[in-house]
Every structure is written in C-alpha cells, then in structure tokens.
Write a protein that binds this ligand. Structure first.
Ligand SMILES: NC(=O)c1ccc[n+]([C@@H]2O[C@H](COP(=O)([O-])OP(=O)(O)OC[C@H]3O[C@@H](n4cnc5c(N)ncnc54)[C@H](O)[C@@H]3O)[C@@H](O)[C@H]2O)c1
Length: 259
C-alpha cells in the first residue's frame, strides 16, 4: 500500500503506520509517507518501524511540517508521488485539543482547530484526487465522538470535528463515482499522548473508564484496526461512514439523563 499518514509521530497515527508497515512484503513493500510537526518523535517512530520489520518490506519517507500551513498538504502529495509513483490511501489524522471555552476562545485557536482538522483534510484530498482516481483509493480521517457531542472546555474541538465528518461525507458523495471511498473513524477517549489542559488524557483514565460500558479507554491500536478495515477490500461498499470506536460511551446519554 502507498499511503500518506498525518500525525504519524505518536498515538493513533503511529499505530496506524506500524499496522500498514506490517502488510509489506519484499515483492510489494508498504510505502508510507509519514507527516508530523514533531521531528524528534517522527524520527523515533520511523526508526522503530524500520527496525520492527524485515529489510525491504517497508519504505518510509518522513516529512516534517505543520498542517496549519495551507501549502503543506499539496506538498505531501507531490512528495508521495515522486517517492512512490502513486498513492492508494490517505489517513488524515493530525489533531489538537486546544483549550478555550467559547466566551474566552482566541481567534487563533478557533482557526487552528478548523485548519488542522477540516481544511488540511480537504486540501490533502483535493491534491490527491487525481492519484486516488488512478488507484481507486480511499481516505480515512480521524474525527471523534466529540463530532456529535459538545466537549467543554474545548470550544471548537467538537465543532471542527463535526465539520470534518461532513466534509468527508461530501467527498464520499462527490468522489464515489471516481471509485474513491471516504470515511471517518471516531475514537472515544483513547490512551495516547494527546493532552487535556497540559495533562495527558491517560492521566484521567480511571475517571473516564467509569463511564465507558466496555470499562476501558481505547488503545491507539483499537483505532488503527478500524482504519485498516476501512482501507481494506472488506470495506469496498462502505463510504461516507463515521465508524465509532468508543467502547459504547456514546450509548450512555439516556442512562445519564435518568441517573
Ligand atoms: N486520544 C483520544 O482520546 C482521541 C479521541 C478522539 C479523537 N482523537 C483524534 O485522534 C487524532 C490523533 O490524536 P492522538 O490521540 O493520537 O494524539 P497524539 O497527540 O498522540 O497524536 C497527534 C499527532 O498529531 C501531530 N500534530 C498535531 N498538530 C499538528 C499539525 N498542525 N501539523 C502536523 N502534525 C500535527 C502531533 O505532533 C502528534 O504527533 C487527532 O485528530 C485527535 O483529535 C483522539
């Protein structure tokens, strides 16, 4: 598979990169363009993935950059084309939890949420459209259960993830006739490096897990597994979907109302 993964230096993107790398063979290596703004972590992730797989089964191109830069998505696609000669899939995964209730939120954080979650995904898809037409490829974006549930104190996190979900559905509609499938995965609380008010989400783990029917936060691998399914031939009739991977958290609304 020839793939671009953003936010690949840690957490979900890093697990997804390892999952795709594991599909490579010497006859058909997995070819990954891994993008992130964190150069140190991206270097470590790249080294670990190379060292975990047999020589010649994986080719990785690491690209440092900030997806708040509107020029970066097209540059990633150009880089992937030059390196791999084509593209089968995009995982638009980079994301941030920026604090700020709406009454206090800065314009900068408002714009950043929408730019990183929604705009960068659109620009990646737009730039990659000709290559994905050739491969009849697929796009998966990392949304969130927040896309349907307002989430204080992150004033625009939920709204920008909701925008992302609708953008992917629009892509599914417009690009279905080109054979391109476009879907979201929506993680619930997942143990990764993403931080809440400076505290890693994992630090709130015990508290959060009390409210999850399956009794645990997801792992990055749980989310990568769902992404691998959506990119696989087993999902060839699925487009415009938003697959929840939340341990049942979003089923608890009525239970909470009656508590
Ligand atoms: N962890 C959770 O509980 C959870 C729940 C729902 C959705 N998500 C979403 O999952 C995705 C991955 O997050 P994660 O949990 O793996 O967290 P993470 O912090 O481990 O990974 C996010 C990665 O994105 C990169 N990144 C952030 N902003 C960037 C930018 N502007 N340009 C380039 N790279 C950037 C970071 O450097 C980091 O490597 C995000 O979109 C997040 O919103 C996470």
């Amino acid at each position: 598979m020839k793939i671009i993964i953003t936010g690949a230096a840690s957490g979900i993107g890093r697990a997804m990169a390892a999952s795709v790398a594991a599909t490579g063979t010497t006859d058909k290596p997995a070819e990954l363009l891994l993008a992130d703004r964190d150069s140190e972590k991206l270097g470590i992730a790249t080294d670990e993935i190379y060292s975990g797989h047999a020589k010649g089964t994986v080719k990785i191109v690491a690209r440092i950059g900030d997806l708040a830069d509107p020029e970066l998505p097209a540059a990633l696609v150009t880089h992937a084309k030059a390196s791999f000669g084509g593209l089968d899939a995009i995982v638009s995964n980079a994301g941030v939890l920026l604090p700020g209730m709406l009454k206090d939120l800065s314009l900068e954080n408002y714009n950043l949420s929408f730019d990183i979650h929604a705009r960068a995904t659109w620009l990646l898809g737009k730039a990659a459209h000709p290559l994905l037409c050739e491969s009849r490829g697929a796009i998966v974006a990392t949304a969130s259960t927040a896309s349907e549930h307002p989430t204080p104190p992150f004033g625009t996190y939920a709204a920008s993830k909701a925008a992302l979900v609708m953008l992917i559905r629009q892509m599914a509609l417009e690009w279905g006739p080109d054979g391109i499938r476009c879907n979201c995965v929506s993680p619930g609380p997942t143990v990764t490096g993403i931080a809440v008010g400076g505290m890693p989400l994992a630090g709130l783990q015990e508290k959060i897990e009390k409210g999850i029917p399956l009794g645990r936060m997801g792992s990055a691998q749980d989310i990568a597994n769902a992404m691998m399914f959506l990119l696989s031939p087993a999902a060839s009739q699925i487009t415009g979907a938003n697959l929840l991977v939340d341990g049942g958290l979003t089923t608890t609304l009525m239970q909470a109302a009656f508590r």
